[in-house]
Design a protein around this ligand. Structure first.
Ligand code: 5GP
Length: 178
């Protein structure tokens, strides 16, 4: 796996520190509000499990799985829900936990979908953001790292289901995916 990585852009230590910082911010913003954190599978799973351990207030968790039509590595904006939420989010504070925002189309769809369930609020927490790739103006409440337009893997992010278990974020060598 490691030989397929061009460069490590975020180390394990940097990830740990950032997740801690995001957890502290969410703790301060939602103290005693019992928020529901909704993880977008599968890429958000590792981030989610580390993040909730750094949030020092009661919370609930749930999971959603979506697929985007079109090519694997780019979003079409047409989203199919493969696994819906199970909890009732009406009148509750919801925090969507995502691995990466690229065009922003997936999160825009999920956010609108969840807002239709009448939650008290919907916030977005993403580990990574590619601002240059945004195709719409998406309000992101918690961002771990802003990165360039390279295709990255590790810490939950895959290419063809591989590399999710790398403990860092790395740029995949172009010859692997092109
Ligand atoms: P968006 O709808 O924002 O364009 O796409 C978001 C989804 O595209 C992410 O949840 C992720 O599945 C995928 N994606 C976008 N950029 C990358 C990347 O650099 N690496 C990986 N592994 N997935 C990406």
């Amino acid at each position: 796996m490691k030989q397929d990585i061009e460069k490590i852009i975020i180390s394990e230590e940097e990830l740990n520190n950032k997740v801690k910082e995001l957890g502290q911010r969410i703790t301060a913003d939602f103290k005693e509000e019992n928020p529901i954190l909704i993880c977008i599978l599968r890429g958000g799973a590792i981030f989610m499990s580390d993040l909730i351990k750094q949030i020092d207030t009661p919370l609930e968790i749930d999971f959603m799985s979506v697929s985007s039509y079109g090519r694997n590595s780019s979003s079409s904006g047409i989203v199919k829900i493969r696994k819906d939420i199970d909890v009732d989010i009406q009148n509750r504070h919801v925090i969507i936990v995502e691995d990466i925002v690229d065009t922003g189309l997936t999160l825009d769809y999920i956010s609108d979908y969840l807002k239709n369930h009448n939650p008290r609020s919907v916030s977005i927490c993403t580990l990574l953001d590619k601002p240059e790739a945004h195709k719409l103006d998406l309000k992101i409440d918690y961002t771990g790292f802003k990165i360039g337009n390279d295709f990255v893997v590790g810490y939950g992010l895959d290419f063809a289901e591989k590399y999710r278990n790398l403990p860092y974020i790395g740029i995949l060598k172009k010859e692997i995916y092109s």
